[in-house]
Design a protein around this ligand. Structure first.
Ligand code: BGC
Length: 743
């Protein structure tokens, strides 16, 4: 590292124009593949060839080495260029979508996938990834739920930290490591109606209790960058919010890393109606605390004049540039501007067998078994299978962000995997219908009728039907919001017709989001939810279908009964009129045309065996109020435990979940909150005590005006297989020096 002194000395020699260029990120390449900035210039401006600070979406060992060389030859301070891109769930080897990885409930596994992604990306010249997306999500209509770790702050926080650790390790300059940019600060997942880029209204309590924890976890894990979100919060675009980016982020949360705008978000301040032109936009964004402008050029075109007019200070620019150069220095780029870019290593690493193996494991572990009536799964060696469905033979196993770096052509399809697994007596295949893409309304599709006839005839010849359905990947991800989150009509028709064939149907669903599966579930004997499973998706799914890997995935989001139920999430606040009966009740919370609650709850997932839970046991019921020291030290206040038993005849992995409820607080608290879980693998007949420590930290919450508070009173500890478990035990946190009655 060259250190602070030299960085400051460098900055003192930079012109304002050079600083403005350093604060600008250009698209990496033009549509024809030529380099922007360096070869042509987004502004057709040779000055940027020499001085732009970073490129977006530009990778490849040879290309980045060449670009870096060209840049350094022209840059009079020899400041290296930074290559940033979206490595979201893998680089060339695509792992399951982030929501799928979250469904593993295995942050360690996610960390391993991030480490592999970093190693591949680094060999290809990438230094920064725009990941993790730490946005809490509650509305499955929003396309970007596929990039998130779901609806729970605790689970999200664990995954956000795991991704950061995987990318960066302990030392981001080490070989194979890249810097992580957490995004989108803050509350992007709460976009109104699940429409992308839409406004957000979140109160202070919800911001702190629901939306900030994953960001705090990413920061604690050391993420080097942060990206503000596109939307407005209470009328202020995050990109222009000094309250958010300086007051909260820097002053209160102590973030010292680099803040990079989202793509063209500075320019979009004009569209939001808070800035008249790009000059005002640049002033607002730098004033709020943005260091780098992505893609648009408001900074580059206006910072010089803003400074000359005294609207901005040199100190503001210097602080921003210092943060950017510090990032470059932490990556070791001043000493080695090429870092790990190496065509030979790239060749060896990308899609290597070990990476594919991890991708297969992750895909198998992400699949969630939602239904398995009559034990139709796992498939038996004697089974003759009719493999049907528009995604059964498709390589569309990667979501849209994955496709930024990965190729569909590298994917193993379900058909290839089932045909090649050698564990079935026969696999016959028919597509059944075509895969429609709502993003292409003018597309013309082949007639489904003959495809369906062929599939029905095939089903007659077989013992079981494996039907692979789902969403076209374009229909989720950024700008992939949907008002109806059902399976496409032609696929439902196929399922409905096949259900009349009298053969057991195993429906495998591939999608970026929870879909509304009420009818599909009724028509299927088994239902396996496999998200976008990635490069090794086919193999991972086949492993679960054949029982080579037992299903162990759990839902990281509630599955609605219908689109109209969105947003739906387990950790909602209680209402004055709760519906407890499970059926429609007049003057109770809910809809007149739908039972309350989700189709499948958060945390839900079946295995190929059956587990029983004992009642919850607590180590104590009256808990003295902990001292400040005990609170800060994370001391256990009590333990909560159950005895778990595998009652079936197969081994299985059960995810035992601890939820806590604050029964009466100063402010209404969620009906329950996940506070711990443990993945337990048990042999048939085996039983085990699963114990959780309950700490003060788990009972505190953010109370506006007071900060984080721990309040005495009654709490409930629920332990069970999902967020709807009814089994709980109650304990009482005494007042300081008091008894249960607060005396
Ligand atoms: C997305 C970001 C992404 C960026 C760069 C934007 O449209 O919102 O999440 O990192 O593009 O590709």
């Amino acid at each position: 590292m060259i250190g602070k002194e030299r960085i400051r000395e460098l900055i003192s020699r930079m012109t304002v124009r050079e600083k403005a260029a350093e604060m600008s990120q250009l698209w990496g390449e033009n549509p024809d593949g030529t380099l922007m900035g360096l070869e042509q210039g987004i502004h057709r401006d040779p000055f940027l060839d020499a001085n732009a600070g970073s490129l977006l979406g530009y990778y490849g060992a040879e290309r980045t080495i060449r670009a870096q060389k060209m840049h350094l030859e022209k840059n009079r301070h020899k400041i290296p260029l930074l290559f940033m891109t979206d490595v979201i769930h893998g680089f060339k080897t695509a792992f399951p979508s982030v929501l799928g990885l979250a469904a593993t409930w295995n942050p360690k596994l996610a960390e391993q996938t991030a480490a592999v992604a970093a190693a591949e990306a680094a060999s290809s010249g990438v230094c920064v990834t725009f990941s993790p997306m730490a946005d809490l999500v509650r509305d499955a209509r929003w396309g970007r739920v596929t990039e998130s770790a779901g609806e729970d702050p605790y689970l999200n926080a664990l995954f956000a930290a795991a991704f950061v650790r995987g990318y960066q390790g302990d030392d981001v300059s080490a070989p194979g490591k890249i810097a992580s940019c957490v995004k989108h600060f803050a509350g992007y997942g709460a976009a109104e109606g699940g429409r992308d880029y839409d406004s957000v209204q979140i109160g202070e309590a919800s911001l702190w209790n629901d939306y900030l924890p994953p960001f705090l976890a990413a920061m604690e894990a050391g993420c080097k960058l942060l990206m503000p979100a596109f939307h407005t919060m209470d009328g202020v675009p995050c990109t222009a919010s000094r309250e958010l980016l300086t007051g909260l982020l820097r002053d209160r949360l102590g973030f010292t890393g680099t803040v990079i705008s989202d793509c063209t978000a500075v320019w979009e301040l004009i569209c939001h109606g808070v800035c008249a032109d790009e000059k005002e936009a640049a002033l607002a964004a730098v004033g709020a605390g943005v260091d780098i402008e992505m893609v648009s050029s408001s900074f580059y075109d206006n910072l010089e004049s803003l400074l000359a007019e005294g609207k901005m200070t040199m100190e503001q620019l210097d602080n921003a540039v210092e943060r950017i150069l510090t990032l470059k220095d932490e990556l070791g780029l001043f000493e080695n501007p090429y870092k790990d870019a190496d065509p030979e290593a790239e060749q060896k690493l990308l899609l290597c067998p070990a990476h594919r193996q991890l991708a297969r494991e992750a895909a198998a572990n992400s699949a969630v078994l939602l239904k398995n009536e009559g034990g139709v799964l796992p498939l038996r060696p004697s089974d003759k299978i009719a493999l049907i469905g528009p995604l059964s033979h498709s390589r569309k196993l990667i979501d849209t962000w994955g496709l930024v770096n990965s190729d569909e052509k590298d994917c193993v399809t379900v058909k290839q995997a089932l045909l090649g697994c050698g564990q079935l007596s026969g696999v016959l295949h028919a597509p059944g219908c075509c895969l429609k893409n709502d993003c292409e309304p003018d597309a013309v599709y082949p007639d489904d009728a003959p495809l369906m006839e062929e599939a029905l005839a095939l089903a007659e010849e077989c013992d079981k039907i494996v039907l692979v359905l789902g969403e076209h990947p374009d229909m989720s991800g950024e700008s992939g919001s949907r008002s109806h989150i059902d399976l496409p009509d032609n696929q439902m028709e196929l399922l409905s017709r096949l259900s009349q064939a009298g053969k057991p149907i195993v429906t495998v669903v591939l999608a970026g989001r929870p879909l509304a599966l009420t009818r599909a579930s009724q028509l299927s004997d088994a239902l396996l939810y496999a998200w976008y499973p990635g490069t090794e998706g086919g193999n991972g799914i086949a492993d679960v279908l054949t029982g080579k890997t037992g299903p162990s995935g759990r839902l990281p989001m509630s599955f609605p009964r219908s689109s109209g139920q969105c947003p739906i999430y387990y950790n909602h606040l209680p209402t004055g009129r709760p519906n407890r009966s499970g059926a429609y009740e007049r003057f109770k919370n809910g809809y007149v045309d739908q039972p309350p609650g989700p189709l499948y709850p958060f945390g839900y997932g079946l295995t190929y065996t059956r587990f029983s839970y004992s009642p919850v046991r607590l180590s104590a019921r009256q808990i003295p109020f902990p001292s400040q020291g005990a609170q800060a030290g994370g001391d256990a206040l009590l333990t909560a435990e159950v005895t778990l038993k595998n009652e079936g005849s197969r081994p299985g992995t059960e995810t035992v979940q601890l939820y806590l409820q604050d029964v009466a607080a100063q402010r209404s608290r969620p009906v329950r909150l996940l506070k711990g879980f443990s993945r337990e693998t048990l042999a048939p007949g085996e039983s085990r005590t699963v114990r959780f420590s309950v700490t003060a930290d788990m009972l505190t919450y953010y109370l506006p005006g007071s900060g984080h508070v721990l309040e005495p009173g009654a709490f409930r500890a629920f332990i069970g297989p999902d967020s709807e478990t009814r089994s709980f035990a109650e304990f009482f946190l005494l007042q300081e020096g008091g008894d249960e009655n607060g005396m």
